[in-house]
Design a protein around this ligand. Structure first.
Ligand SMILES: [Zn+2]
Length: 166
C-alpha cells in the first residue's frame, strides 16, 4: 500500500507510515486527502531549502575569480507539491556543462540547519538555466536543473526525520 500523505510504499503491517507517521488506518476513511494535506503541510512547515550561490568577479588582470558566496532560499518546503518541480524564478548563465555539478544545499529547520552536497548530472540535459526543487515520495527532495521541458534531478535527500521506528 501507499502512504496517502507522503506517497511512500509501505508494508500493511504498520499502523503508521514509517517515514512520516501518517496513520495507515485512515486510508479508507472519508476526507483522508484533506487530512493528509494538512498533515503534510504541518510536517513541512518552517523548513526552507536553500542553495549556495557563488559569484564571480573579474580580477584586475581580467580573469574570472570566485567572489563571495551566499545561500539563497529556493522554496519554503510546505509550498512544494508531490512529484512536481517547483521552479525558482531566477535564470542563470549556464556554467560549464560538460560535467556533474555539485550543489551545496542548506535545509533550514526552526532550531537547526542541515548541510548537504547533492550531485546532478548536467551532461544529461546540457542545460542548467534554471534551478528547481522536486518533492519525491517519502518526503525526499531533489534539486532540478534545466527548464520545464528538459531537466535532470540530483540525488535525493530526506526533508524530515522519520517519526516512528521501522
Ligand atoms: Zn508517509
Amino acid at each position: 500500500m501507499q502512504c496517502r500523505c507522503c506517497m511512500q510504499h509501505i508494508n500493511q503491517a504498520h499502523s503508521r507510515c514509517p517515514i512520516c507517521g501518517f496513520p495507515t488506518n485512515s486510508n479508507s476513511s472519508a476526507g483522508v486527502e484533506k487530512l493528509a494535506k494538512s498533515y503534510r503541510a504541518d510536517r513541512l512547515s518552517g523548513i526552507t531549502v536553500s542553495v549556495k550561490f557563488f559569484y564571480y568577479e573579474r580580477s584586475k588582470s581580467g580573469e574570472l575569480v570566485e567572489g563571495k558566496s551566499e545561500y539563497v532560499t529556493i522554496a519554503q518546503a510546505d509550498t512544494l507539491e508531490y512529484r512536481s518541480v517547483f521552479w525558482f524564478g531566477k535564470r542563470f548563465n549556464p556554467p560549464q556543462v560538460d560535467r556533474n555539478i555539485q550543489l551545496e544545499v542548506r535545509l533550514g529547520y526552526p532550531e537547526r540547519a542541515v548541510f548537504k552536497t547533492l550531485t546532478a548530472k548536467i551532461e544529461d540535459t546540457m542545460n542548467c538555466a534554471r534551478l528547481g526543487l522536486y518533492l519525491d515520495d517519502g518526503f525526499n527532495v531533489c534539486l532540478a536543473a534545466g527548464d520545464e521541458n528538459n531537466y535532470v534531478l540530483s540525488e535525493r535527500t530526506p526533508l524530515i526525520q522519520s517519526t516512528v521506528q521501522k
